[in-house]
Every structure is written in C-alpha cells, then in structure tokens.
Design a protein around this ligand. Structure first.
Ligand SMILES: C[S@@+](CC[C@H](N)C(=O)[O-])C[C@H]1O[C@@H](n2cnc3c(N)ncnc32)[C@H](O)[C@@H]1O
Length: 427
C-alpha cells in the first residue's frame, strides 16, 4: 500500500531543502529532496502550461501525476484548474517535498481549505500501482481521473534519449492508468512530458503506443522554450488537451512573469529544411532565428506570419544560430522578437575570419558605414569574445554613427557580414 500524505497536515521535518525558483512569485519557496530540484518543472513553465488548460473542458474527477517528483507541475495544475489531485512518488522524501509544496502554494494564496488543496493527497509508492493508489485514497478504485500528468525521470547526461530510459516507462503508465479515466467524448486527457531531444522516429514510437491503446485519440505535440535556443519541454497533449485542428505547437515562454507567451501552431505536415549556400551578397537580409523554433520544425509556419518573401534560403539550420537569407525585412509583430536573435540587411562584407588583427578592420568598416553599435553574432573563442566586443563598443561610441547592427559569419565560413537593423536606418 502507499503511504498517504495530506498537504494540509504534513510537517516539515527538515529532510527536504528549500530553494527559491527564480521564475516563481516572491515569497514562494519550494521543497526538494534527493536532488529533486533539477528534475522539477520551473514554476513559470508549469503555470503557463496549466493556464493553457483553463479553456479545456475536462471530465469530472481529479488530476493524477504518477511520478510527481517535487510536485511542481501537479501543484500548478491543481491550483490553476482548482481540481484536487493525487501525486505519486517513489522516493519518500520527494513525496514529502511534494506535499510541502502544495502547502506552500496554498498558504501563500490562503487557499488551504479549497478542495484543490484540502482533497489532494500525495502518495509515497509506485505510480504504476494505479488501483492500489486510488483505493488508498478513496477506499476503492473507481474511474475518476480527469487528467493524467506524466513527467518520467530520465538519466542525466543521457546521449541516447531513448524511450526505454524513462522511469516509470511510458507504456507501463498507459496500461496501468487506462481503466481509471473518467469518460470524455474526446478520450483521455494526458499531458506526457518526454525528452526534449526525441527524434521524429521516437515521436512516432510514442504515437504508436498511444494509438495501440486508444485508436481514435487526437493529440498535439508541444515544444516549449524559455529562450537561449533550447527546447525545455517536448510533450504530447492528448484528447481534450489537444486544440482542434492543431497537431504541432511551439510555445516561447517570455522572459518576465505575467507576459504572454508567443504561440505558433500548425496542422500541416512538417517539410524538412534544406541548406542552400549562395555567395555573400550586399543588400540581402540575414536573420539569425531561434534554434528551438527551428528544431521544433515550426519555423516555416511562423515565417509565413512575418514575411511574404518566396525566395528565402537557409544558410545554416544546425547549431545555435540558424541563418536565413531573404530579400526583404521581416515584419515583426509583438512578441516576434523573442524568436529572432538578430535580423538585418548586409551593408558590407569582410573577407577572412575574425581574429585579434582583423577585429580592427571590422571596427573601421563599421565606422565607415556609420554604426554606433555592432554586436558579434558568430562563434568566437570564448576567451577572445569580450575583448573583441569591447573593442567594437569602445571605438564606435560617440563617433557620430546612428546605425545599430551585428556581424554574422556567412555559411561559407570565410566572409563576415556586417548587417544593419532596419529600424535604425534614417528615413
Ligand atoms: C522528472 S521527475 C518529475 C518532476 C515533476 N514534474 C516536478 O515538477 O517536480 C520524475 C520522478 O518520477 C519518479 N519515479 C520514477 N519511477 C517511479 C514510479 N514507478 N512511481 C512513482 N514515481 C516514480 C522519480 O523518483 C522522479 O522523482
């Protein structure tokens, strides 16, 4: 049987560590145990995902997380959707941390008596023993699951990102919980967090697992990024959680709490990108786009909203700075800048790599073209980058220039592109 913990009466016995989550409201400290902190979903990501579910008509019942870790994602769902929950965690101290986190959120919001907290239970034990878990809370197991949240543990530093590495294994979770969903016309609501590095073949494997158990179930893949070109979460949202007519979604979480995320949706199949390198050319536009957006495969859907150019070419698609070449400026709306590292028109070319010697040539070129600021947007040796950037900053300051821009490396690897940001051009 599982040990049942009530968040309203759990005691802090000092076996967990508290730490602030930089993305959480002030005054909210979270508990973690046995190195659970790096496994936990950042609070801002967790709440953003829960907020997206506010419009979803869930079936009656509770939210279950059969591998709840420190319980942050589960708590965000329960608090936002005002639903009681059951969280199950194999490691007893982490289970205690989960209950303490429900207590912390409920007491900050002064909602300890609300059903979402008062009726929530955290169980210490095996999340695959679904019937025992439900019976230990309700006396008997009945179909009462409105939504299943799953974020299985994965080995740290895994190179494989193989589905078989997940604990508990996905297929076993699906089998264990399948009988216990409350009925819903669109089938079971599941939010399945998977490795952000899953390949297209592995995603298909996951889809097969779901299809075998629920042949008619709809789903939507969701990539979530907090910037720096990283995919933070890749998840499959099923049944009522899948927005109708959308099978892929990219969500860029904004840097500050309270700002709206940027969402890119598509129902189209993803066409693979290919690289076409042309000789460097003055006058064309170069954009360095968000690597996570490119990795998600939704970049073309987003480009369709910011450009009408038909002859766009990818100079680079791998790495930290995917590079797009296009004839006209992008027309960026509110929030679009979150997906653009840099974008501008090529005004000058410099042959050769950036070195301690050639950085002065770039400064001279920038002065000649009336720049007041130029950022280096290319791979540089980390120990030289501050010197080279500092040299540009110092020498361009107060020299009468008005343009802002950046230096990128042409994909041929031998030419530097000095680019001006269009909005800093004088009319
Ligand atoms: C990635 S963490 C979940 C983090 C969580 N989303 C959060 O926001 O804190 C996955 C957890 O699953 C737990 N786990 C692995 N196998 C389990 C099982 N069979 N039953 C219950 N928990 C399990 C691990 O101990 C780990 O704490």
């Amino acid at each position: 049987m599982h040990e049942v913990i009530d968040p309203n009466s759990v005691q802090d016995t000092g076996t967990t560590q508290t730490s602030a989550d930089a993305t959480a409201p002030e005054g909210l400290l979270f508990h973690h145990a046995n190195d659970g902190r790096p496994l936990a979903t950042p609070w801002q990501v967790a709440t953003e995902r829960s907020l997206r579910l506010l419009d979803v008509q869930l079936a009656d019942g509770i939210i279950v997380d059969p591998a709840c870790g420190s319980g942050l994602q589960l708590c965000a769902h329960a608090f936002t959707l005002k639903r009681p929950a059951i969280g199950i965690e194999l490691e007893p101290k982490r289970a205690q941390a989960s209950a303490l986190n429900f207590q912390a959120v409920a007491s900050l919001a002064k909602q300890q008596a609300a059903p979402w907290c008062a009726q929530t239970r955290i169980l210490s034990g095996d999340g695959l023993a679904a019937d025992l878990a439900l019976a230990s809370v309700n006396g008997e197991a009945t179909p009462c699951v409105a939504m299943l949240q799953l974020d299985p543990a994965r080995p740290r530093n895994s190179r494989l990102h193989d589905l078989s590495e997940m604990q508990p294994p996905l297929h076993a979770v699906l089998d264990a919980w399948k009988p216990w969903f409350s009925p819903h016309e669109r089938g079971p609501a599941m939010l399945l967090d998977l490795s952000p590095r899953l390949s297209a073949d592995q995603r298909e494997e996951v889809e097969e697992m779901v299809k075998q158990r629920w042949p008619e179930l709809e789903w939507m893949w969701v990539w979530t990024s907090r910037g720096r070109g990283r995919v933070d979460r890749l998840a499959l949202w099923t049944g009522p959680l899948a927005s109708r007519g959308v099978n892929r979604r990219f969500v860029r979480i904004p840097p500050r709490l309270g700002e709206r995320p940027l969402v890119v949706d598509t129902s189209e199949p993803i066409a693979p990108l290919s690289v076409t390198v042309h000789p460097p050319q003055r006058g064309e536009h170069v954009s360095l786009l968000d690597a996570a957006l490119v990795e998600s495969g939704l970049v073309n859907s987003w480009l369709g909203t910011v450009s009408k150019d038909r002859d766009m070419r990818w100079g680079m698609i791998e790495g930290r700075r995917p590079q797009l070449h296009h004839p006209h400026p992008l027309r960026l709306g509110i929030g679009d800048d979150l997906l653009v590292q840099a974008s501008g028109k090529v005004v000058a070319l410099h042959q050769g790599a950036l070195t301690d010697e050639s950085v002065q040539d770039v400064v001279d070129l920038a002065l000649e073209h009336q720049f007041k600021s130029v950022k280096l947007r290319l791979a540089t040796p980390p120990e030289r980058q501050p010197n080279w950037q500092g040299s540009l900053d110092r020498q361009l300051l107060n020299r009468g220039g008005h343009r802002k821009g950046f230096v990128a490396q042409h994909p041929n690897g031998m030419t530097l592109l000095l680019c001006v940001e269009p909005e800093t051009e004088r009319p």
